[in-house]
Design a protein around this ligand. Structure first.
Ligand code: ZN
Length: 321
């Protein structure tokens, strides 16, 4: 996933943005100057009630941007739908195929393998394609799309969303896979980012009804994960999206998936150690693939019109209403 907590509105230079990250002690000092206790501010954010306030401080930020032109390729494959009334509608199934390449060496290793992030999602998409092309053709069409340059700011997905290879009016939904979390720890629940924003939630409910794995609320809302991977490029272009991931309740009750994920982030996220030597929980991968396959199946075969929730703030922000 994209490392910053704000996906930049990249692609064209005039949309370059700068953000500022300060050490906690400075943030605490700024909060104190406004008469607030930093720990109170943090716990209010953690409780899901972030409230912005004036820092009463002036400052200057100088940022240097280096613009670089490069070519990198998205890979797309279309599975045409079989229902004359629905085949014009396309579900775009995405996973990003890029990672960080060669970088600064850590413990003598400079190859950033990106096994979880996002070879796991890319190969999950390949597996879904292999299964779905062997089943009866779906009623709606499916475009399997491996997007590039996610790590550079969702560039491949943004490019596709703006200049798709099918008529833009045909694209009715996006389902994204970024990091098969079950690879770290098999879970008995799933997370569904975007669940509250459109009726794609019905597809998640369908998967849950068959697998008995409940949908858990987002355990880390402050991470803003829904706007940090490729689905957000589709959302910004008006297309409802869903991202289904293994949850945080361990299949093995002795294991704590959130704690293991937190440890993984410290030890392996965007590091050479996100490699093939790390432990792989294949039961977790199987469960996450099954949930995603059922979601795809329901979207393409059983759902009525796919619609935003008109009360969604993302709908109001990007589509209007
Ligand atoms: Zn990443």
């Amino acid at each position: 996933m994209y490392p910053d907590d704000r996906a930049p509105h990249a692609v064209v230079p005039e949309e370059l943005e700068a953000s500022l990250v300060v050490p906690q002690r400075i943030a605490a000092d700024w909060a104190a100057r406004t008469g607030r206790d930093f720990d109170d501010v943090v716990s209010s954010i953690r409780s899901g009630k972030p409230a912005s306030f004036d820092l009463s401080a002036d400052g200057h930020v100088r940022a240097g941007f280096e613009l670089e032109t490069f070519e990198s390729t998205n890979v797309a494959a279309l599975l045409p739908g079989s229902d004359p009334a629905l085949q014009d509608e396309v579900l775009v199934l995405t996973a990003h195929l890029d990672h960080l390449g060669i970088g600064a060496a850590i413990a003598g290793d400079s190859v950033y393998n990106g096994t979880l992030d996002n070879a796991s999602g890319s190969s999950a998409l390949l597996t879904l394609a292999s299964v779905l092309t062997r089943m009866d053709a779906p009623r709606r069409s499916i475009l399997f799309l491996w997007v590039t340059a996610e790590e550079s700011g969702l560039l491949g997905a943004e490019y596709f969303a703006r200049f798709p290879t099918v008529s833009p009016r045909r694209i009715v939904a996006n389902q994204n896979i970024d990091g098969v979390m079950g690879m770290i720890t098999a879970a008995t629940d799933v997370l569904a980012f975007g669940y509250e924003h459109s009726n794609l939630s019905q597809a998640v409910d369908y998967a849950v009804s068959l697998t008995g794995t409940p949908v858990s609320p987002d355990p880390t809302p402050e991470e803003n994960l829904f706007i940090r991977s490729d689905q957000y490029a589709f959302v910004r272009n008006g297309i409802p999206a869903i991202w289904v991931q293994g949850g945080r309740t361990g299949l093995d009750p002795a294991r704590d998936p959130q704690a293991e994920l937190d440890k993984w982030i410290v030890e392996r996220y965007h590091k050479p150690s996100d490699d093939f030597v790390q432990p792989l929980d294949l039961e977790g991968v199987r469960r996450e693939l099954r949930a995603n396959l059922l979601v795809t199946y329901h979207i393409t075969n059983e759902m009525g019109p796919i619609e935003w929730d008109p009360d969604s703030f993302l709908y109001r922000r990007w589509v209007g209403g």
